[in-house]
Design a binder for this molecule. Structure first.
Ligand code: ADP
Length: 397
């Protein structure tokens, strides 16, 4: 039995989950938020209990020390060297990585080289890796990339119709995201298709950030997110795909800078932008139920865009055996699932047990009826266990 830590670092936060491997038992999990502030929040969940302290945390390395010391205090570990490996989530792996990679100078150079493609994420994730390297200098680590699973796409699926030189010179293409989740779900989904590895799946990871992926033979053939997580379906605060002239036109009409509009397309659009209420599907659902017109429009728009991609991927896959709903909205909201399914059920001859659907919140279930042409399942995702698995398999096995 070996302890492995899965890490997800943001610019001011550090989430972690400690596993006992290879059993995949979660020993504890937690988060340090507001790193860099006097009143940073450190939360740890252990043995069904949640503890929280507010304390100054000057940087990520301090956050790492804080959490490791908490593990010792709570008698979860006796010393730092009980952590045998760390696995770090990295959003952008570009074309360099089609799987996880052991952390060494070459890997770090590539992750750094990719910062321009994902400035919000890769830079912060590197800080997280460096913080662990400082505190645990002899502990090996791996990087797991959100884009890796999508590297099997063909050029016809990832190339944009822009001057080809830009694609080449600036590595502009569809990279996708949430790949670790899509991979996990494609493996979990096998049980609903009798273990048939050639099965055609459409996987809907519908959280605050959302993406849909077409999978065949266990490989990604198409995915909805693009160069960055801004592309694809309508999300909590992101536009999803739009005619790129909308961008120009907004700049021209508002007098705002391109950067300001870009930030608004990332942070003030989607469900939030359309409804004017909230980015959270729960708030939108409530407002829509109370008859708020823009909340109703936001819900319908969301459902149509999900349906658009399912339709597109049905064609791309030349059929579909299984549709999977997952992530915050896909796992928890029977209302949003129903909205999307109502858009596609007739044409695809999908039959849903809506009574059962209404009861499924955060648990796994097959919600389609036996005579449904395509099976539909709700499967909670687990990106961290994939990181812990790669960590164990690549470094400790
Ligand atoms: P991300 O990882 O992109 O932040 P999550 O997968 O955690 O997203 O999903 C978060 C979203 O899930 C919330 O913003 C909320 O909209 C939605 N959500 C969570 N629980 C429910 C629920 N019970 N009903 C509706 N939506 C929910």
């Amino acid at each position: 039995m070996k302890k492995v830590m899965a890490v997800n670092a943001g610019s001011s936060s550090l989430k972690f989950k400690l596993y006992e491997m290879p059993e995949e038992t979660v020993i504890c999990s937690g988060i340090v938020e507001r790193i860099g502030f006097e009143d940073a929040i450190f939360q740890i969940k252990y043995n069904g209990e949640k503890k929280q302290i507010i304390t100054p945390v000057k940087d990520h390395a301090f956050a790492v020390k804080l959490l490791l010391d908490a593990l010792i205090e709570n008698k979860i570990i006796k010393s730092y060297d009980e952590i045998k490996a760390t696995g770090h989530r990295i959003v952008q792996g570009g074309s360099y990585f089609s799987g996880s990679a052991i952390i060494n100078e070459d890997t770090l150079w590539k992750v750094r080289d990719l910062i321009p493609l994902s400035p919000l994420h890769n830079a912060a994730e590197l800080v997280g890796i460096e913080a662990f390297m400082k505190v645990l200098p002899n502990t090996p680590g791996i990087c797991t990339f959100d884009t890796a699973f999508h590297q099997t796409m063909e050029p016809e699926d990832y190339t944009y119709g822009i001057p080809y030189q830009y694609s080449e010179d600036f590595k502009i293409r569809r990279y996708g995201a949430h790949g670790t989740s899509h991979k996990y779900l494609s493996e979990k989904g096998l049980k609903y298709v009798d273990g048939n590895k050639a099965a055609k799946m459409i996987i809907c990871h519908l959280g605050s950030g959302a993406s849909i992926t077409a999978v065949k033979d266990g490989k990604c053939v198409a995915t909805s997110m693009g160069l960055t997580p801004l592309g694809g379906i309508l999300m909590g605060t992101r536009t999803g795909d739009i005619d790129s002239s909308v961008f120009n036109y907004c700049v021209a009409r508002t007098g705002k800078s391109a950067e300001e509009i870009y930030q608004e397309f990332n942070k003030k659009s989607g469900l939030l932008g359309v409804s004017g209420i909230s980015s959270d599907a729960r708030d939108i659902e409530k407002a829509a139920a109370e008859g708020n017109k823009r909340a109703i429009l936001a819900c319908r728009l969301w459902a149509r865009r999900v349906a658009d991609f399912i339709g597109q991927y049905y064609v791309r896959l030349k059929g579909c055996d299984l549709i999977i709903f997952s992530a915050g909205i896909g796992e928890n909201s029977s209302t949003f699932r129903e909205l999307a399914l109502r858009e596609i059920e007739e044409v695809f001859n999908i039959k849903i047990d809506y009574e059962l659907n209404n009861k499924i919140h955060g648990t796994e279930a097959l919600i389609s009826l036996p005579d449904s042409k395509i099976k539909v399942a709700v499967i909670p995702t687990d990106e961290e266990v994939m990181i812990a698995r790669d960590c164990y398999n690549m470094l400790l096995k």
